[in-house]
Design a protein around this ligand. Structure first.
Ligand SMILES: [Zn+2]
Length: 89
């Protein structure tokens, strides 16, 4: 791990930085392996990304046009963009 060089766990490529430049494998930091970190990312995925997605989807189903209108009006924080909804759905 000295001078930022890593050997990829997946393809044994030597590289500098946090991601393998051959296969894209991420270098695991001690924090990445901890249960808390895994738990946090799962929790984040469920409570943040998914609820946002479901809420946007629900709003589209209930009031079609509201999301697109809000998005056009600049209210882009509370909903994911209509484009990403389009790609997810
Ligand atoms: Zn690799």
């Amino acid at each position: 791990m000295k001078d930022g060089r890593h050997t990829c766990k997946s393809c044994s490529n030597e590289f500098v930085g946090s991601y393998c430049n051959v296969c894209g494998e991420k270098v695991l930091t001690p924090g990445d392996k901890s249960f808390k970190s895994i738990f946090n990312s799962v929790l984040l995925t469920i409570t943040f990304s998914d609820s946002k997605f479901i809420r946007t989807l629900w709003q589209v189903l209930r009031k079609p046009g509201t999301v697109a209108r809000d998005f056009a009006a600049g209210k882009r924080v509370k909903n994911i963009s209509p484009m990403s909804l389009f790609f997810c759905a």
